[in-house]
Ligand binder design. Structure first.
Ligand code: TXA
Ligand code: MG
Length: 343
């Protein structure tokens, strides 16, 4: 398939492709999305094919105006209204009871649907111009880190979709926070930039959930059971206090085994390293910057052909919860203490 590369001045053209059942990759403030019309089942099936994604992992429906909700959801609980008022448009996805009209191909057969109103102006203009809600997973090949620049989507999906709408580098770089509003207690299914503390300011009692709570139970979000974001290299995480000394010891051990090693670290640590592939996540005080840099760094280091990427952990507070959620999903090995574990 030939993929049309479109500029932001060509939103109308992209919208027409969506309306006719084509796939269009478009920028959002979080990551790029791989869009299709929510009302076109043939197009929705093509999303799963283009990504190589299992079809029981449901999709987020993107809307541009609150009126678009009526066709999609059976009811909007008061707490969901409060969250929409506070955080939409923006990086928050709400899981609600679905309407009859929503295809089971979108929801993986669940009776709920995930909805989000992105804040990226290109995304909003595209959805409005298409005149349909737009289902879109992140626009990466399944298993690869989510795409944060248009170069990433061209790499992954060039030749597999009708069009790619260019939008440069996204502003945030990490997928939206997903909150299930259908339970008695609203529950965070995927942490993101909008933290539990942010949500608590508007809705009391929001809880975070991880699978560790009950490993036997079915995952509350199908997405939780998949290992995401794996770079080609093995990602090794130093947990707890990180220092240039700890990194050097580990680096030397892998190099002795003949491995080509890259570092994905905060700026402070990287001051001490030269002559090896590194990707700087920025200062460790800027957690939003760190969160937004992870996917791009994993891709950059993969492109440089390293076999091992050494990274560090972050405290699980605020945005740190989202950072650790993504890092833990990508990590092959965690080094707990200095010299504590075999390589
Ligand atoms: O920021 C984002 O959310 C990006 C941009 C493109 O909007 N999209 C995105 O989509 O990350 P995706 O498909 O990669 O992730 C959707 C997540 C998955 O973890 C999925 O399991 C969950 O949302 N999800 C979707 N519908 C759900 C539902 N009805 N109930 C529970 N979880 C659901
Ligand atoms: Mg994804």
């Amino acid at each position: 398939m030939e993929t049309q590369i479109l500029q932001v001045t060509q939103i109308e053209k992209a919208a027409a492709i969506l309306r006719k059942g084509g796939l269009v990759v478009f920028p959002t403030e979080t990551v790029y999305g791989l869009g299709a019309s929510a009302w076109d089942e043939t197009a929705i099936k093509k999303i799963y094919q283009a990504k190589g994604r299992p079809s029981d992992n449901p999709l987020i429906v993107h809307i541009a105006d609150l009126e678009d909700l009526h066709d999609l959801v059976a009811e909007v609980p008061a707490l969901a209204r409060d969250l929409m008022a506070a955080f939409w448009p923006g990086p928050l996805t709400l899981v609600l009871k679905k309407s009859q009209k929503v295809s089971p191909l979108i929801t993986g057969g669940l009776d709920t649907v995930a909805v989000r109103m992105p804040s990226n102006p290109v995304a909003l203009a595209l959805i409005r111009s298409a005149g349909v809600p737009v289902v879109a997973p992140s626009a990466n090949l399944s298993g690869k880190p989510s795409p944060t620049t248009d170069a990433h989507v061209i790499d992954d999906l060039g030749g597999r979709v009708e069009a790619i709408l260019l939008g440069g580098r996204v502003t945030m770089g990490l997928e939206s926070t997903v909150v299930d509003c259908t339970r008695d207690i609203p529950t965070i299914l995927r942490p993101g930039f909008i933290t539990r503390e942010d949500l608590l300011a508007f809705v009391p009692g929001v809880r975070g959930v991880t699978r560790e709570v009950d490993p036997q139970a079915a995952p509350p979000s199908p997405g939780m059971k998949y290992r995401h974001y794996s770079p080609k290299a093995d990602l090794v995480m130093i947990s707890g206090r990180v220092s240039a000394g700890r990194v050097k010891t580990l680096l030397a051990a892998y190099q002795k085994e003949g491995k080509r090693v890259g570092l994905m670290m905060t700026s402070e640590i990287l001051e001490d390293f030269e002559g090896i592939p590194v990707c700087d996540l920025g200062p460790d005080k800027d957690l939003a910057g760190v969160a937004g840099g992870i996917f791009s760094c994993l891709r950059q280091l993969d492109a440089r052909g390293v076999g091992v990427i050494i990274t560090r952990s972050f405290p699980k507070e605020g945005i740190g919860v989202a950072i650790m959620n993504r890092l833990e999903k990508a990590t092959s090995l965690t080094i707990e203490e200095e010299g504590g574990k075999d390589l």
